[in-house]
Design a protein around this ligand. Sequence first.
Ligand code: FES
Length: 127
Amino acid sequence: MISCGSTPEESDDHSVKKVFQETKNMSNWIEIAKVDQIPVGQGKEFTINGRIVALFNVAGEFQAIDGICAHAGGPLGEGVLSGCIVTCPWHGWQYDVHSGAMCLNDQIRQESFPVKIEDNAVLVEMP
Ligand code: FES
């Protein structure tokens, strides 16, 4: 039984411990860069768990989207960032890096990933 002030880890109830451990393991935050590696207005490509992720610094706020362009696989992390819009370097498709939506057709959408900063590190939550 868990009482106020105790944690499931301190509990004798093994089922509560198991649920607590599973909940802790559900998030998958991965450090991919230091804040100063991505200057304001720029992006960079990273490989995380076998996936290409494009990370952008939009006025000091970091955004992460699937880095492989939906058109023909271009490297979005190498695209030019203007405000919150990245232009694919191969054929010019443009995406809003906040939502991952293509600018001309928001039915086409790059997957986006939550980002947080901890101790000067940029962490991305992968599914
Ligand atoms: S591959 Fe990105 S626009 Fe063609």
